[in-house]
Design a protein around this ligand. Structure first.
Ligand code: PLP
Length: 399
């Protein structure tokens, strides 16, 4: 007997729409594309109240009617919070520019949302060993939730991944490998192990539930803004789970009658100019993105040369009337300093990229000062290398 009312009905292939059964272990769809969880939204509409859900305890587990987990014993909680909205009102006195600061979540990044859900579902479906390639934050979120619930993990990252991510992941009991290649090569290695039956592959969008966790960013944002949405959302796009997930969340909220269709925001995919496959495909009018060669950027979380959900990212961006935009590392660095100095908010490089992109879009006229913009800062700035600081002081000299 489920302790949660569970409304998951089935999963659809994100490309073909082919139906797959719920409550079974799934990786990709039969067409080798991401699977999207589907719910009985009419039943939720009849039985649940948006304001009662929002009034529950803080954190993303409150959205259980719109999540796939059936048994409360499989929920793994580490003190999740609703992440704050912080206006950049010193830098922008006449425009609403708001940062949603995801760095307040367990393990210091929004990867907690996706991995908490994926780990809970792995437990529910009886999986005992999970593996994943990561640029850093996903690995530590996986390790934290999996060790808490008693599931074994293996994590493979490029050997130039920020040291703190490698260290925190191993401390939280994952077996960590530092590999001589980028995330996609690490992913191929993990897949080979999964094909041999060594573990289950939890790569971005290669299983259906990380996106359900990331979806809660969209639910939470709508509730925080009084069941409306901003005019435009800037999202630092690697695998794109969060952008796709929020777009899915908005569609579900509209179907539930909890959100007005006219409130849908324009979705902006932000990438680094050293790794911008989605921007290139967007500019070329293509639905799928060719892999990016020689990917480089210090914003490690968005250094993703090929995304399996490319068409879902590009569909969401286009359907929303948004756009894709690339910013270079110099602009990202300057944006990070600027926000830290003037707003007292230390962004991660990926979050800083959204601010750099916002400035560029204002300059080009793609976004106007009258539009309310929400920028996603997806991890705490404390997890990333910072410039040297401090001056030597001889205490023998008077102040
Ligand atoms: C993973 C990550 C991203 C990219 O998220 P996706 O939803 O996979 O595109 C952006 N920023 C940070 C800090 C990340 O860890």
């Amino acid at each position: 007997m489920a302790e949660f009312a569970n409304y998951l009905t089935h999963l659809d292939c994100g490309l073909t729409g082919e139906r797959h059964e719920a409550h079974q272990v799934h990786g990709l769809s039969k067409a080798a594309k991401p699977l999207l969880a589907r719910y009985d939204l009419d039943a939720i509409k009849a039985g649940a109240d948006r304001d009662a859900i929002w009034a529950r305890d803080t954190g993303f587990w409150k959205w259980r009617e719109l999540l796939p987990v059936e048994h409360s014993r499989n929920v793994c909680a580490l003190g999740e919070v609703d992440t704050p909205l912080i206006p950049l009102n010193h830098l922008h006195k006449n425009a609403a520019v708001i940062v949603k600061d995801e760095g307040r979540l367990p393990t210091g990044s929004f990867k907690a949302r996706g991995l908490a859900l994926a780990v809970a579902m792995a437990r529910e479906l009886g999986l005992s060993h999970l593996a994943m390639p990561t640029n850093g934050n996903a690995g530590s979120a996986l390790a934290a939730y999996a060790s808490r619930i008693g599931i074994e993990t293996t994590v493979v990252c490029p050997d130039d991944t920020p040291a703190i991510n490698i260290e925190e992941t191993e401390l939280q009991s994952a077996k960590v490998y530092k590999a001589n290649g980028l995330i996609n090569a690490c992913g191929a290695w993990v897949k080979a192990g999964a094909d041999k039956g060594l573990w289950f592959d939890l790569s971005t969008l290669k299983e259906p539930y990380r996106i359900e966790g990331k979806k809660t960013m969209g639910l939470e944002l709508a509730a925080q803004l009084g069941w409306t949405l901003p005019d435009v959302i800037f999202y630092p796009t690697g695998g794109g789970t969060g952008l796709i997930g929020m777009w899915k969340a908005f569609a579900e909220l509209i179907a539930l009658g909890w959100l007005n269709k006219n409130d849908l925001p324009r979705m902006v995919a932000v990438q680094a100019s050293g790794c911008a496959p989605i921007v290139r495909a967007y500019d070329a009018g293509e639905r799928f993105a060719a892999p990016w060669e020689d990917a480089h950027t210090f914003a490690a979380g968005i250094r993703v040369p090929a995304a399996i959900g490319d068409f879902l990212i590009l569909d969401a961006v286009r359907d929303s009337g948004g756009f894709a935009i690339a910013v270079d590392d110099k602009a990202i660095e300057a944006a990070r300093r600027n926000v830290a100095k003037n707003e007292g908010l230390l962004l991660c490089p990926e979050g800083a990229a959204t601010y750099a992109a916002y400035l560029a879009a204002r300059k080009s006229g793609q976004v106007s000062s009258g539009e309310r913009a929400v920028l996603f800062n997806c991890a705490t700035g404390l997890k990333y290398p910072m410039p040297d600081a401090g001056q030597a002081l001889d205490l023998a000299n008077p102040a």
